[in-house]
Design a protein around this ligand. Structure first.
Ligand code: E4P
Length: 220
């Protein structure tokens, strides 16, 4: 499974990139506003992220109607060769996915909650489908079970172009583990979750024991 970072924070992206584990980035307006982002600087910010990360950088359109999404998508795609345009799965969004993908623009279909939504996005030409996990958990449904259905359903078909599943709205290491066991191609994770993925108390305990033994060796 590949790891994308779900953030707009350049320092987090640089840190994860330095670990050698980063295959891409996803951003959305909430994440951009969280770092104090201004609309006027959004395109420059996407370019900066694209210069750090070799893999796909998803940037979301804000328009909800097809012509606006297509115009914004073209503008975003022109920023860097590794931009993937994030489009919501709506009837207008499907039309934008069709038009943009026909022009060679890579699309990440977002806000995906059902198998039919994922199948429709794939048929329309999307490169990535992002089923949301945590937001199902938020409403007391099992987000991982929904993710599993989408992964299994998409695997039944050849869409004539590659379609990868991005497990999105990931909130915990357990989400990542379950997504990997289900065969999701990618997990997009907040930096706090990524840091937790590296940790285990037995690793810490092992290091403490190692250091204590090393002290004894040094003083012998
Ligand atoms: C990524 O593409 C999604 O926008 C993101 O994972 C959503 O996460 P959230 O449900 O925590 O907002």
């Amino acid at each position: 499974m590949k790891f994308f970072l779900d953030t707009a924070d350049i320092a987090e992206i640089e840190e994860a990139e330095s670990w050698g584990v980063l295959s891409g980035v996803t951003t959305n307006p909430t994440l951009y506003s969280r770092i104090g982002g201004k609309l006027a600087n959004f395109h420059e910010h996407v370019k900066s992220i694209c210069s750090i990360v070799g893999g796909p950088v998803s940037a979301e359109v804000v328009s909800l109607e097809r012509d606006g999404m297509i115009r914004e998508g073209e503008e975003l795609a022109a920023l860097a060769p590794n931009v993937a345009v994030k489009v919501p799965v709506t009837p207008e969004g499907l039309a934008a996915i069709k038009a943009l993908s026909a022009k060679g623009v890579s699309i990440n279909t977002t806000l995906c909650f059902t198998v039919p939504q994922a199948l429709l996005a794939a048929r329309a030409g999307t490169r990535y489908v992002s089923p949301f996990v945590g937001r199902f958990d938020d409403i007391s449904e099992d987000g991982i079970e929904h993710l599993g259905r989408t992964v299994a359903a998409l695997a039944n078909y050849d869409f004539g172009h590659p379609v990868e599943v991005i497990a999105a709205s990931i909130r915990s290491a357990n989400h990542v583990t379950q997504a990997a066991l289900l065969g999701a191609d990618i997990a997009t994770v907040p930096f706090a979750v990524l840091k937790n993925l590296v940790k285990h108390p037995l690793t810490d305990r092992g290091l403490d024991a190692f250091l204590a033994d090393w002290e004894k060796v040094k003083n012998s």
